[in-house]
Design a protein around this ligand. Sequence first.
Ligand code: C5P
Length: 276
Amino acid sequence: MSQVRARDSIQVLAPAKVNLCLHVTGQRADGYHLLDSLVAFAAGGDRLRLTPAPELSLTVSGPFAAGVPCDARNLVWRAAELAGWTGAIQLEKNLPHGAGIGGGSSDAAALLRAVGYTGSGLELGADIPVCQLSRAARVSGIGDVVEALPNGLAQTHVLLVNPGVHVSTPAVFRALAQKQNPPLAPFSALEADAPCWLEWLRAQRNDLEAPAIETAPVIAQVLRAIQAREGCDLARMSGSGATCFGIFQSAAARDAAGSSLRRAYPDWWCCATALS
Ligand code: C5P
């Protein structure tokens, strides 16, 4: 359960978002790109505690608190304003931000969900609608068309790895040479057994991987390092990077890969989790 109510305050999880595949299928006249993406959510993420009060305030703690603004520059603050909610927001940043795994969008969406906001929240960012749903979905349009996967995904053992570089989402989209790419292949494979699903997923892409690698070449090293670990079925980048994920055959293989990567690359963030 992602929401726990204790007296007046509510605790909510803002889970990491993972784009299992992300196809860019076109560009609108206003510059926004059309996407076709399969999005899932991890078991872990940032945590929010919301305590209603007459004034809005924000405090940030946790391993990724450094540099996170505590005012209207923070998306979670703007989400509170959008929902007309006031109170104290205590935000525990456990996820790297500006990292292709939701970050600020997931925080903002968690607040909107917790306070019962009924709009899409799209005005805060293209990732907000799916983060509000917070479960496996196909996302299209510019992020505004969200279709939940009826059966979710089978439990998937995943390692998230971020090399500590920040990549700019607009810069990655700008560097994408070919804006018109094929959409996701037909979806029926998702209803089949796991090996078949993985085969389907391997045949999909993240079209932003190549331009993100141009911007931050270390991403290619991250992908190779994940792929080289025993039991890795697939390594791919999420969103516009720089976080990459590996899907592993078992929880044990994932954990062993995590330990090995932490030893080899002590500066990288490495998080063993599950998608559901
Ligand atoms: O919506 P969000 O603020 O997360 O998007 C950040 C930037 O990413 C946008 O300003 C735009 O440059 C780019 N973007 C895009 N097409 C999308 C989503 C984001 O071009 N569908």
